[in-house]
Design a protein around this ligand. Structure first.
Ligand code: NIG
Ligand code: FE
Length: 421
């Protein structure tokens, strides 16, 4: 049995009401000036004022002690939307976009997502897993302890499953908890050019059932966008996924409003993601359905689009989460602190709202709300120590990582032993 006591920390955490905090609850954060956290075998036993936790620790027996030196402690970040499983970022394409070529035009010409598809198809599973593992470790250094990883660069049953297996391998080869999502409906592959319906048929009949049978995907997602998949096509794929026992997510209204938010709501999806172009009616339907709005401000930043209407979403009573969208094209960053900073300074969330968005609501958006996202007894002891006094440092200290140390399941995951935090 391993018992660890973290003491002398300024602790900030959402208190978990058992569902994603929404609307006026989004910014509810509890803090203790001189706090402590006790965990046993990777699970939080007690958290609160140091004196109270020390009393509980006395009962739990001998503990390893971590003196946090008055640093700020928050839950590990949960990154609920990534496309982490690829080999190389598309740097040339980035330069083209800077010259004014639109993201969707590059895809329509066979580049963009489709050029990543070509390299992922050609890669061995071992090479793909290794590239993904390295990238996941970069996420970990920036404080991510739970991460969703989507497929979507295989676009054949075999290559999608290869990506999902590579994602699962990251869960075994790193301290991160990985939530895998099937995104077979990410683009229409070249062999189905001009026959999107035929590809949807393949997904429904073969890919979705195969991923479900192999137990490789907890969620299924689709890219609902003009020139990619229509709302009706996404509905077919997601209904098949629901029948196969997966939870549902949707890339909704990223570039154009094609009814994505309303579709996600009508399917009871756990989350609708992007929402850069959603109309008021779509947002209202998401609020009524209780789907989490997963916002990706680094994507808006890199595509030079206006940020999602996060303040309006909170006003409408939505639960907001934030994520990196880390991918080789539209958002190439592993850094949740960067996204946190954009959420505060670009989208107008308060620091407390951004903290909930990057931890508890993000955990609910990937089905991990009961196990992660807040420093609550019974959850994984996924803990960050920050070089600062409050979570505000994450937005304030821009462009670098404010993360001094990362503990996953109660064990120090970064910096490696021997390096002082
Ligand atoms: O969420 N838009 C669809 N998918 C990703 C981008 C993937 C890529 O460009 O490789 C996104 O932005
Ligand atoms: Fe995405």
């Amino acid at each position: 049995m391993s018992v660890t006591l973290f003491r002398n920390a300024r602790i900030f955490t959402a208190e978990d009401p058992g569902k994603p905090p929404a609307g006026s609850q989004q910014g509810r954060v509890t803090s203790w000036d001189r706090g402590a956290l006790l965990c046993q075998d990777g699970i939080i036993e007690a958290v609160g004022p140091e004196k109270e936790v020390l009393a509980a620790a006395g009962r739990a027996g001998p503990a390893d002690e971590v003196d946090c030196g008055g640093r700020c402690m928050i839950p590990g970040f949960v990154d609920p939307h990534t496309h982490l499983c690829f080999l190389e970022p598309r740097e040339t394409e980035f330069l083209k976009r800077l010259d004014g070529v639109p993201y969707l035009d590059i895809l329509a010409a066979g580049g963009g997502i489709l050029s990543t598809v070509a390299s992922v198809r050609a890669a061995s599973e071992a090479d793909l897993a290794e590239a993904t593992r390295k990238r996941a470790l970069a996420c970990l250094r920036f404080g991510t302890t739970t991460i969703e990883i989507k497929s979507g660069y295989g676009l054949s049953t075999e290559a999608e499953l290869k990506q999902l297996r590579a994602a699962a391998a990251v869960g075994r080869s790193t301290p991160l908890t990985v939530v895998p999502t099937l995104l077979g409906a990410h683009a229409v592959p070249p062999e189905f050019a001009d026959d999107a319906e035929g590809y949807v048929e393949l997904l429904v009949r073969e890919t979705v059932p195969a991923a479900a049978a192999a137990g490789l995907a907890r969620y299924c997602d689709a890219f609902c966008e003009r020139g990619v998949f229509t709302a009706a096509q996404c509905r077919r794929v997601l209904e098949a996924a629901r029948q196969a026992g997966m939870g549902l997510k949707l890339h909704a209204d990223e570039v154009h409003d094609t009814g994505g938010a309303a579709l996600a709501a009508s399917l009871g999806a756990v989350s609708a993601e992007h929402l850069l172009s959603s109309g008021e009616a779509g947002l209202r339907s998401l609020a009524a359905a209780g789907s989490v709005a997963v916002l990706l401000p680094a994507t808006a930043y890199a595509l030079r689009k206006p940020f999602a209407a996060a303040r309006r979403m909170v006003e409408l009573g939505l639960a907001v989460a934030i994520a990196t969208d880390c991918n080789p094209g539209s958002s190439y960053t592993e850094s949740m602190p960067f996204v946190f900073g954009l959420a505060v300074l670009g989208m107008g969330l308060s620091v407390s709202e951004a903290l909930v968005a990057s931890t508890l609501n993000a955990a609910y958006a990937v089905g991990e709300g009961r196990r992660a996202g807040s420093l609550s007894p019974g959850k994984r002891a996924d803990v960050l120590l920050l070089d600062g006094e409050t979570p505000g440092i994450v937005a304030f200290h821009a462009g670098v990582s404010p993360v001094a140390a990362v503990y996953a399941n109660g064990v120090r995951a970064w910096p490696a032993e021997g390096l002082q935090p």
